[in-house]
Design a protein around this ligand. Structure first.
Ligand SMILES: *[C@@H]1O[C@H](CO)[C@@H](O)[C@H](O)[C@H]1NC(C)=O
Length: 314
């Protein structure tokens, strides 16, 4: 195999002596693309097959780009990482990732970020509360920005972590125990139990600026981003409501009625900077076809978003 490959290369060089350089062209130096941070979704890990394939694809599309995949807990096993997605206090998990980002030399001049589902919420947390290096474009795929009104269904077959988390959630999602020990509880926003949510919740409530906030809870909002690109999946049946990926909620009286972002006080009163972003053309609510996290293969929706929003000149 090795001999064959060498022969093939040699043949190419002979046939085409001018175009084949002895060393690869310094594409990285020429393009000088902004670095990228990615954060995986629930049940996944920073260096799963899928996440590594995604990072490799980004590097193919933007040669020379630096990509960091957030690992929490840092130095943990893949099992630890998967558990961390289910169990713990969301703010603490997010903060670990923000601190990791802040420590990476290559990111100091700013970076773009792509979050998958739950990972997009953690990256939002960094954008809104971390004083680390500047996040420029934040791209989220299927992230439930206005919370979920039903638990995310367990995979088939269900993992033990998922089954236990679901059982714990059913026994009291707005108890202080669940709110500080169950990651999904931190973004569980039941419009029919809004009073309880506003009292018990901190993570989602504060990120969306709901209720009365003190300065620390209010954070920096999202107005400082260059672009907030929130992508929803047209057939999302994993997150409820799927349009939460665009900050929609459901009507508390009738959960089949979706209330879109433009009709939320969060937008009209501009609690976190989304309206200001939109009015200057920097809030992009886009779509990918298909079920939750189906970003497509080569040339698919994921690729298109990566080509459009990632790899800009530093
Ligand atoms: C954002 O601005 C566009 C163009 O002005 C407008 O059509 C759209 O409805 C706005 N988005 C929201 C959420 O209101």
């Amino acid at each position: 195999m090795v001999a064959l490959a060498l022969l093939a290369l040699a043949g190419l060089a002979v046939a085409n002596p001018v175009q084949v350089p002895l060393t690869p062209p310094p594409a990285a130096a020429a393009a000088n693309p902004r670095p990228l941070v990615i954060w995986h979704g629930l049940g996944d890990t920073a260096h799963s097959e899928g996440m590594d394939a995604f990072a490799d694809r980004v590097k193919e599309l933007h040669p020379g780009i630096f990509v960091h995949s957030v690992i929490v807990p840092e130095g943990g096993s893949p099992g630890d990482e998967r558990n961390a997605g289910w169990w713990g206090k969301a703010e603490e998990l997010a903060q670990q990732g923000c601190d990791q980002i802040a420590d990476i030399e290559e990111l100091q001049d700013g970076f773009d970020a792509i979050g998958f589902s739950q990972g997009g919420l953690f990256l939002r947390y960094c954008a809104q509360y971390s004083d680390g290096p500047a996040m420029r474009n934040l791209i989220t795929f299927g992230s439930p920005h206005f919370g979920i009104a039903a638990l995310i269904p367990c995979p088939d077959p269900p993992t033990l972590s998922c089954r236990l988390a679901a059982r714990a959630a059913r026994s009291g999602i707005y108890t202080s125990w669940a709110q500080s020990h169950l990651v999904q509880a931190a973004y569980y926003r039941d419009p029919a139990r809004l009073d309880e949510f506003l009292l018990a919740n901190t993570f989602m409530r504060n990120m969306n600026g709901e209720g009365l906030l003190d300065d620390e809870d209010a954070g920096n909002g999202l107005g400082h981003l260059e672009n907030m690109v929130a992508i929803a999946f047209t057939e999302d049946k994993t997150v409820f409501p799927g349009l939460s990926a665009h900050w929609a909620t459901v009507d508390p009286e009738d959960t089949t009625v979706v209330v879109e972002l433009g009709d939320q006080q969060l937008y009209t009163e501009d609690w976190i900077g989304l309206r200001a972003l939109n009015e200057t053309g920097h809030l992009i609510l886009d779509w990918c076809p298909g079920e939750h996290m189906q970003i497509g293969g080569d040339g698919g929706c994921g690729d298109q978003m990566v080509e459009k929003w990632v790899g800009w000149k530093k």
